[in-house]
Design a protein around this ligand. Structure first.
Ligand code: ADP
Length: 922
């Protein structure tokens, strides 16, 4: 399994892609032509083979000539002016003008100087440069907006929205590169029927390094048509120029590597525009625009994209600067606090580790340590002894004062593996619980170090396609090919911590300097080692335990100590603790925790129990009666010195008797309410059941009369019988719905847990709806249901009902000529959505809440004119709830409604054709 941040392993040699000289492919895209001139711009040295199509002259008539020789005078003059304009500057300077050189079509002309040559590129423009009309683009889905609800995501979101509006591309995304060059889609606008890519990660190999390098030189890249035949560039035969293809690094028309073209085709993209986002000279990310049909993009739109990129860069930089200032302030503040503690006479180890707002909190870590002279003090969650030894060893060998990693197990190998806590190890942290460390080495021999530790942050990375197989080798093909599935592929990352930022190193270094200054240069190892031992001494005796250790407003506090190989014993308590248990001062200090627990009526394995999580115990107090006490314990400190380990735990006891009583009363009330509601549902179920029997008789007899089997009847009677039958059927449906609803509400509806292919189900429901009366009165938007399967765990009958209800309503509430559609797809977080959209009458804002309740129908005349009992949505919601899903609605009166059902990702079995491993816990 690849590490997040590492390059995924592949069975293939991807250096093949990296080695492709994409700037020397010697071809251009055919929607324009290219002339290369020598450095003085006097002689045309290269020309694209399609020149005749533009200038009416074959390449050999153009090569070796000057611009005025081959172009009409005014056009040539224009070009000469442009060239003069860019002067002798090399590098990515281009001037753009719209003029029609040698052609009546509108063209864009770009001139640049590169590698000792001048390049003139003339591109055909789209016939009309009109502002694109952008019908309904889908913005960030809500749940993702929530997920990435920070400034960067909002800025990126604004940028894609603007680019989509200004250019009209089908999909506009912003990728942000991670340190391993994988790219994550952080913002996206797309046509509603397209599968969202938001939140997906693309492996680094998708944009090989030489392509990334070109993106830093040439900031804008337009591919007009993936299926266009590239045009070769020719030079005068036999000349020096003929020997080598010109360097097209900065060319806009440069043709595209066949690998990349295939990649685009596999993604269903026919044309693209990519703009580099460069921050402080580094490729930070890209704006990527995709279109499903070939597309020429006029200069005005390209300029608009670049303007948006410029805005984004400015904002991101400002944001980063603000963040840096904020961090610097916080570091200054923390250092001020440390200095103050030291100058007030606190020993340096306490000043760094003990109490609130010390190293652990300042570094946003979970544990910290000071190690000196063979002794070490540890607080919070820290790795086990052997892991610490290995970490210190590595840190001492590393150049520079601070050693930081967010992937400890990858760095130190197997040391930590398989180690659990044992009797001699402090429980302060357990190996495997720590994934990151930042270690400041103050001195190497003897070793003095200050360190902080972070726990792993488990999270999902959603890759666009299996990152283990970014490319494939197809039978009979010489080259490797890009993968052909981009369906979301989940990777669970469990062994990394939040990465350490530069300010962390800063803070550690400055803390080290402050402490170093305080202990003096003589023998810092000895001074700090003594401070660790002094700290241990103080915490061993109730009389010297530092003030503050036993403070906790209104709560009982118990401090215990445990030495390797011995049982925990009580060091000290506060008065509240004594009061809670009717104890006299001085009667339990020094006793084993085991004995004390037995004496005050707590379990004798109190320590083990409470260290694994908060517990509530019932106790009896002579003065207070029966009490409920919530008990929390934390490892406060561990000290290791020459093989011996001592650790201190602090237990706090909170009297929660009052809460308990209230909670018990509430629970009783709730039980009563539940019983009442269940009785109501049962009553409904019984009544419905009783109604069904006579109703079936009514329907049966009306059918008998209609069939003529009871003897001849007049037309009128037959017609009445039909009406009775229809009304009966209607009533039966309603009763069935009620029965189901009451079952669901009473919690008696059991849903199946079978694999359901949502795309097949969706297509079935769509075709059923279209065959219904009025099915052809509306237009059904195509393409909302993906081609491949989409498997979920669920109840196919219930899900069918959900879809039919939503589509039925959409059809019912949309007047003739309107549009109805169903969209099924994945959210970036792996959950699945089903959306029924219509352009119907819409729902007033004050009705949106109530429509999911039984028998609530819209109040407007246009609702009452349509048939219905107001049970459909209540039923739909109950079914969705039973699946653990959610249903939401967005609606505007007169414009239309969108009902969205979200099924949680733990119901998703497979994504596209690539399995999202169902064995992986979500
Ligand atoms: P019914 O359709 O039988 O009235 P539902 O429970 O299915 O009952 O819907 C409740 C109400 O929600 C409807 O009466 C209507 O006011 C509103 N509603 C549901 N779907 C739509 C829709 N697609 N467009 C407009 N209004 C709708």
């Amino acid at each position: 399994m690849p590490k997040d941040g590492g390059t995924p392993p592949t069975g293939l040699d991807l250096s093949e892609c990296e080695a492709e000289p994409i700037h020397l492919l010697g071809h251009i895209q055919p929607h324009g032509y290219l002339l290369a001139l020598d450095a003085d711009a006097t002689r045309i040295t290269h020309v694209s083979a399609n020149i005749a199509g533009f200038l009416g002259q074959p390449p050999e008539a153009v090569l070796g000539k000057s611009l005025p020789d081959v172009l009409e005078a005014p056009v040539a003059q224009r070009l000469v002016d442009l060239i003069r304009g860019i002067g002798t500057r090399a590098g990515p300077t281009a001037a753009t003008a719209v003029c029609p050189p040698g052609s009546s079509e509108p063209c864009a002309v770009t001139v640049h100087r590169h590698a000792g040559r001048l390049f003139v590129e003339v591109e055909r423009l789209p016939a009309e440069e009109t502002a694109p009309t952008v019908p309904a683009l889908t913005a960030v889905p809500d749940s993702l907006a929530e997920m990435g609800d920070d400034v960067l995501h909002r800025l990126a979101d604004r940028a894609v929205r603007a680019v989509a509006e200004e250019t009209g591309y089908d999909r506009v995304m912003i990728y942000m590169f991670h340190p391993d060059w994988s790219g994550e889609v952080i913002a996206e606008m797309r046509r509603p029927e397209m599968v969202p890519y938001l939140g997906l990660r693309y492996p680094a190999t998708d944009i090989p390094s030489q392509a990334r390098q070109l993106f830093t030189l040439n900031l804008l890249r337009v591919i007009a048509d993936v299926d266009a035949r590239p045009v070769s560039i020719v030079a005068e035969p036999g000349t020096a120029e003929d020997a080598q293809a010109p360097d097209l690094s900065l060319s806009g028309l440069r043709s595209v590597s066949p690998y990349h073209l295939e990649y685009m085709r596999n993604m269903g993209v026919a044309a693209s525009l990519t703009a580099s986002i460069i921050i402080d000279g580094e490729l930070w990310g890209m704006v990527a625009c995709h279109h499903r049909r070939p597309r020429l993009t006029p200069p005005a739109q390209r300029a608009a994209v670049m303007r948006r990129v410029g805005d984004l860069v400015a904002h991101v930089k400002a944001q980063e600067q603000m963040e840096a200032v904020r961090r610097a302030r916080a570091v200054d503040f923390a250092m001020g606090r440390l200095d103050r503690r030291l100058s007030e006479g606190q020993d340096p180890v306490s000043a760094l580790l003990m109490g609130d707002q010390r190293l652990v909190e300042d570094l946003e870590a979970q544990g910290a340590m000071v190690a000196a002279d063979g002794a070490m003090a540890l607080v919070g969650r820290c790795p086990s002894g052997p892991v610490i030894a290995r970490v210190l060893e590595m840190a001492a060998r590393t150049d520079g004062p601070v050693f930081m990693t967010d992937a400890l197990s990858a760095e130190i190998g197997a040391v930590g593996d398989g180690e659990g806590p044992n009797a001699d190890e402090p429980v302060v942290g357990v190996s495997g619980d720590i994934a990151g460390c930042a270690v400041l080495v103050m001195s190497r021999a003897p070793l003095v170090a200050i360190a902080a530790f972070r726990e792993p942050e488990s999270r999902n990375v959603f890759w666009a396609g299996d990152p283990n197989k970014p490319a494939i080798r197809e039978e009979g093909k010489e080259r490797i090919s890009p993968r052909n599935s981009f369906a979301a592929w989940r990777e669970r990352v469990e062994d990394r911590s939040r990465p350490w930022e530069r300010w962390c190193a800063d803070l550690l270094t400055r803390a080290g300097t402050a402490v170093g200054r305080h202990v003096g240069a003589d023998n810092p190892a000895e001074a700090l080692g003594n401070a660790v031992r002094g700290l241990a001494m103080r915490f061993k005796d109730a009389r010297t335990v530092p003030g503050g250790t036993l403070d906790a407003a209104g709560q009982g506090v118990l401090l215990t100590l445990r030495q390797s190989g011995h049982r925990a014993r009580v060091v000290a308590t506060n008065q509240t603790f004594l009061d809670l248990f009717d104890l006299e001062p001085g009667t339990i200090e020094g006793e084993s925790l085991h004995t004390v627990a037995a004496r005050i009526g707590l379990p004798d394995d109190l320590r083990r129990k409470v260290l694994s999580g908060p517990q509530t115990f019932d106790c009896w107090s002579r003065s207070l009666g029966r009490r409920a006490l919530e008990t929390v314990a934390r490892n406060m400190l561990a000290v290791r010195d020459n093989g011996s380990v001592v650790e201190w735990d602090v237990f706090t006891f909170r009297d929660v008797t009052a809460f308990h009583r209230t909670a018990e009363a509430l629970a009783a009330a709730r039980d009563e309410a539940v019983t009442a509601s269940r009785q109501k549902s049962e009553f409904l179920a019984n009544v419905s059941h009783e109604l069904k029997t006579p109703l079936n008789a009514i329907i049966g007899f009306s059918e008998l009369i209609q069939s003529g089997r009871v003897g001849p009847t007049s037309d009128r009677v037959t017609d009445y019988a039909r009406i009775i039958g229809e009304a009966g059927h209607h009533l039966l449906t309603m009763i069935n719905d009620l029965l189901d609803l009451s079952r669901a509400e009473a919690g008696r509806q059991i849903i199946e847990d079978e694999p359901v292919n949502l795309t097949t189900l969706a297509r079935d429901c769509l075709s059923w709806m279209r065959s219904q009366p009025r099915g052809d009165a509306v237009t059904w938007t195509p393409g909302g249901v993906p081609d491949g399967p989409l498997w979920v765990r669920g109840d196919s009958r219930a899900l069918r009902r959900v879809l039919l209800n939503l589509l039925g309503n959409a059809l019912k509430f949309t007047p003739d000529g309107g549009t109805v559609g169903l969209v099924v797809g994945h959210m970036g977080d792996g959950s699945v959505f089903l959306e029924a959209r219509d352009t119907g009458i819409g729902i007033p804002a004050d009705e949106v809440e109530s429509i999911f309740q039984p028998f609530r129908r819209g109040k407007g005349a246009n609702v009452s004119a349509r048939e219905g009992a107001g049970l459909g949505l209540a039923m739909t919601k109950a079914m969705v709830d039973l699946h653990g899903g959610r249903i939401t609605v967005e609606s505007t009166v007169g414009t239309g409604s969108t009902f969205r059902v979200l099924l949680p990702r733990d119901r998703v079995l497979r994504s596209g054709s690539d399995p999202i491993n169902p064995a992986q816990p979500a």
